[in-house]
Design a protein. Sequence first.
Length: 309
Amino acid sequence: MTALATIELATTRLEQFYRQMFLIRAFEERVLELFSEGQLFGTTHAYIGQEANAVGVLSHLGPEDIVFSNHRCHGHYLAYSDDVEGLLAEIMGREIGMCGGKGGSQHIFAGNFYTNGVLGGIVPCATGIALAEKYKASRAKVAVFIGDGSLGEGTIYETFNLAALWSIPILFVIENNFYAQSTPQRLQLSGQIAARPQAFDIETVHCRPDSVEEVYAVAGDAWATIEEQGKPFCLVLDTYRFCPHSKGDDYRDVAEIEAWRSRDPLRRLANQIDIDTRLRIEEQAHLRIAQAVSTAQAAAFAGARAISW
Ligand SMILES: Cc1ncc(C[n+]2csc(CCOP(=O)(O)OP(=O)(O)O)c2C)c(N)n1
Ligand SMILES: [Mg+2]
């Protein structure tokens, strides 16, 4: 486990992080409410508790950079795009969603952002795109987010092998929240997570950040190493989701959830922000989400119309 350096960031940067993290948290809480009200279809996986990872890693990227996510993708998408309106309408199956309401919660394609609900399946896709970007000498950064429970998928190791062998510049971010659905890690994963990419000679940092500043710093070092060496890099971030896996399927120990909640990176950051600014940020986020819900509710459901991007 790598010890994390303490860094100091400008107030404006911290406020920006708070704006993003609070928006994700409030968005996800509203999505879960909409689900229980019967306003959503299929399933949905909230990112509550893990916001610092998306914001800390993706704040280094611009729209030209490329992000691959997974079934738990809302937070990554919002950190990358800030597209509350498009995502909410998409999750609600409306035509005005950024995928015409046909991708739903898990299958998003918008600009340079892609997700797929098939665990592990995005990892070779992301790495193939990173290889293409290498050939084009575009210098675009490419990130792929993987859950710890996806590490049983063999395609991930085939991909690690080729990424290392062909020096493909990509950041693998393993969000280690210690569960795959309701299965605890100790029942399904042998050995150390970091040893897996390391077995393919992929430089790996495994850490347990308490704050978005720490994630931002460790991700900044990772991006700099990728840029400098033109090779893959793996970041393993210990983290925790405070919500159930999808809607109500939670069998975890309440004391364990509370212990992680007491180190909530969002609360920690809130205490660093001036109270008036904080309240303004929170009010704006709630307002924006409420408006996005009303707009989506008034919009037509996705139909048989062909989608053109
Ligand atoms: C190939 C495949 N197998 C099973 C599933 C069902 N499934 C969805 S999420 C999940 C657990 C994923 O755990 P992890 O990768 O740790 O991500 P987390 O949910 O913890 O963010 C499973 C088994 C799936 N989507 N795809
Ligand atoms: Mg997990």
